[in-house]
Design a protein around this ligand. Structure first.
Ligand code: PLP
Length: 420
């Protein structure tokens, strides 16, 4: 990476090491004044001590580096941010020596998404988003951003022709945000294709990818031309269902600077303990993702053949319209599977009430398997006609496949489907 100006600790791990090594080592102890403990320390402190009044003034004025107050920066939070730089940005070809990769941790995935959008926009601006997204992201666009005079244009980003039309119609839109794979339909968008279209018609437009479902282990949008990657770290990155958190990684300095200013003054910063837990989770991300993906593939194949299942949504299946694209831009196909039961919502309810091992709960990316009903749970805040249009029917069931023994999961599904 001859033309990068990544900090030393990122360079060290980006140049020579594979993803698993980076997940374990990158960022550890960065910015921590003393590091004799093997485990990264948790600086569970709201404020930091100055040696004297002069030093305090120097740090406040920006003439000297140092910690002030956890809303403005914290050594434990910095470790997670450095790790995310290495994972999302490790192999990015930077456009100029002035470009750098930077990350900001947030108190939730929604804080990362909303803060990044708000930091970029002002009243009168337009943004473009995918037409199927996590329910709260859709609600944010429709009900919150509109109150601040920010309009949203929706487009099916899995269709590059529609993307081109939308960008040509709104070349001044501040950003284009989409999930790939989408929650809960597992539709994919060609990240490289979108980035190329935007570069041609609207080079200033910030391309933002919510990479929560894939994780950087499976897909790295910045390498494919996106400018911003967003995460709910609540999910696979933490992996154990013990934290609500978010992160934004970008190759555009201005995005980082504006988002930092925004979070500093609006306050959606994470707790040091929470980011420490996410950092611990990331250490096992590669091996967890391998197992999530293998189990999900086996389950998708099983469901596809089951007579009570009408349709399975999983990009790993050869029957998926997104299979070729998934092979192109993802390492494997992820741990999320959605499916439609022949008996509609009643059948889904019976199945969810009778299934063993799978826990009936929203969220995803935990080591254990979860099952939920998008129409009445994660996407209940999306109007029903819009849900139906996006394919989120009342009979759709979404599972987050865990890392249990796959035969136990298949057995649990078999027993539950027998009750339908
Ligand atoms: C794709 C996606 N993005 C963002 C979020 C929001 O994350 P959080 O719940 O951490 O705010 C979720 C939550 O489920 C999600 O699935």
């Amino acid at each position: 990476m001859e033309d990068s100006c990544l900090p030393d600790y990122v360079e060290k791990f980006c140049l020579n090491c594979g993803f698993a090594t980076r997940a374990l080592h990158a960022g550890e102890h960065v910015g921590q004044p003393q590091h004799t403990s093997h485990s990264t320390a948790i600086y569970q402190s709201s404020t930091f001590v100055f040696q004297n009044a002069e030093e305090g003034a120097e740090i406040f004025s920006g003439n000297k580096q140092g910690y002030i107050y956890t809303r403005m920066g914290n050594p434990t939070v910095m470790v997670l941010e450095a790790k995310m730089n290495a994972l999302e940005g490790g192999n990015v070809k930077l456009s100029s020596p002035q470009t750098r990769i930077s990350s900001l941790a947030f108190s939730s995935g929604m804080a990362a998404i909303s803060s990044t959008i708000m930091a970029l926009c002002r009243a009168g601006d337009t943004i473009i988003t995918g037409n199927v997204m996590y329910g709260a992201t859709e609600h944010l666009a429709e009900s919150i951003l509109t109150r601040f005079g920010i309009q949203t244009v929706e487009v099916d980003t899995s269709d590059l022709n529609q993307v081109e039309e939308a960008i040509k119609a709104h070349p001044d839109a501040k950003c284009l945000l989409f999930e790939t794979p989408t929650n809960p339909m597992l539709a994919l968008t060609d990240i490289e294709g979108v980035a190329a279209i935007a570069a041609k018609h609207a080079p200033e437009m910030v391309i933002m990818v919510d990479n929560t479902f894939a994780t950087p282990y499976l897909q790295r949008p910045l390498e494919l031309g996106a400018h911003v990657v967003l995460h709910s770290t609540t999910k696979y990155l933490c992996g154990h269902g013990v934290v609500v958190g978010g992160c934004m990684t970008t190759v555009v300095d201005e995005v980082k600077d504006r988002a930092y200013e925004y979070i500093k003054d609006t306050g959606a910063v994470p707790s040091p303990f929470d980011v420490w837990l996410v950092g611990i989770g990331i250490k096992t991300l590669p091996i967890r993702m391998e197992k999530h993906c293998d189990n999900a593939m086996a389950i998708a194949r099983y469901l596809e053949k089951h007579p009570k299942v009408e349709r399975v949504y999983y990009p790993g299946l050869e029957s998926s319209p997104y299979h070729a694209l998934a092979r192109k831009q993802m390492r494997k196909f992820g741990g999320m599977v959605s499916f439609e039961l022949a008996g509609g919502v009643e059948a889904g309810r019976r199945m969810m009430n009778n299934i063993k091992i799978f826990t009936l709960a929203v969220s995803l990316g935990c080591v254990d398997s979860l099952i939920q009903h998008p129409a009445s749970m994660t996407h209940a805040c999306v109007p029903s006609d819009k849900r139906e249009k996006g394919g989120i029917t009342d009979g759709l069931v979404r599972i987050s496949v865990g890392i249990e023994d796959v035969d136990d999961l298949l057995g649990a599904l078999d027993d539950a489907l027998a009750t339908v």
